[in-house]
Design a protein around this ligand. Structure first.
Ligand code: SAM
Length: 258
């Protein structure tokens, strides 16, 4: 339904003011905005959530499990819901005043300290590492690389936000509040996941729910690597070849792999 800010014939305003109102109306009724809103609403209605998928994977291990979450923010939204024997959390606290985590630092500082033996045991292997910290491709790529060193052979990397519905959700700028995607933002995580999808030494897929849950394994066959050519990581190319770029599958298809 079209948004009208004023019944213009009932008010007397200077032309300059009326032009601003017309521009605001155009902005709100613009197809980029309405499409992004429709796609955001479709995404938030999807189930299962990331916590369900992580718990499904944890339940496949017939042993004690070790879980690491990179980027936690509010523990009740995911971390508290995870059923692992031992859980560890890393977050420098950029987005919340209360930062109730084990390691109040960036993921780079955490992996660096872990390698140097400053905390935990450098030989530790996690069964699942959930990457949901920085959402910029360069940092996420580092998080994937570091995580591959610290997951067990049968372990999984799970990643949030791999399937941004529009280029606005996939912008680099989190702070642009007038974006057609509104408050929803996935950043450029998809690029780091797509980069991993090209690798021959790992296998990966993306579950079509909760903004795209990427799963990476060193040993479990989750599907073939991507053959999509997108050297410059262009969003339009990604969007046109979304299924193949991500190995995008339903949760039912994912569960059938186990
Ligand atoms: C989207 S929130 C995490 C949400 C949470 N994982 C969930 O599922 O509800 C992103 C968090 O990542 C943290 N963060 C940002 N950059 C980071 C980095 N380089 N290393 C670790 N955490 C980071 C932020 O402080 C923020 O709390």
């Amino acid at each position: 339904m079209k948004i009208h800010l004023l019944k213009k014939d009932q008010v007397v305003l200077p032309t300059a003011e009326l032009k601003k109102i017309a521009l605001a109306e155009e902005y709100l009724n613009n197809k980029f905005h309405t499409d992004a809103e429709t796609l955001s609403n479709a995404e938030i209605a999807k189930t299962p959530l990331r916590s369900d998928i992580i718990n499904f994977l944890l339940a496949t291990f017939a042993k004690e499990t070790h879980y690491l979450e990179i980027g936690v923010r509010h523990t009740e939204e995911n971390f508290d819901l995870i059923n692992a024997t031992k859980k560890y959390s890393v977050d420098p606290g950029y987005e919340s005043e209360i930062n109730n985590v084990d390691f109040k630092m960036t993921s780079d500082e955490f992996f660096d300290g872990l390698r140097k033996g400053e905390f935990l045991n450098p030989e530790i292997k996690f069964d699942i590492i959930f990457i949901d910290g920085s959402h910029l491709a360069d940092q996420v790529k580092k998080d994937i690389s570091n995580s591959l060193d610290f997951i067990s052979e049968e372990g999984f990397i799970v990643m949030h936000d791999c399937n941004p519905p529009t280029e606005f959700h996939a912008s680099e700028n989190y702070y642009y509040r007038l974006s057609p995607s509104g408050g929803y933002w996935n950043g450029t995580t998809w690029k780091a996941f797509f980069n991993a999808r090209k690798r021959k030494d790992i296998s990966s897929c993306c579950i079509d729910t909760d903004w795209g849950i990427g799963v990476i394994s060193k040993t479990k066959n989750l599907g073939k690597q991507s053959t999509v050519e997108n050297e410059f990581f262009e969003f339009n190319v990604f969007s046109q070849h979304r299924k193949e770029s991500l190995n995008l599958i339903s949760y039912q298809e994912f569960k059938a792999l186990f």
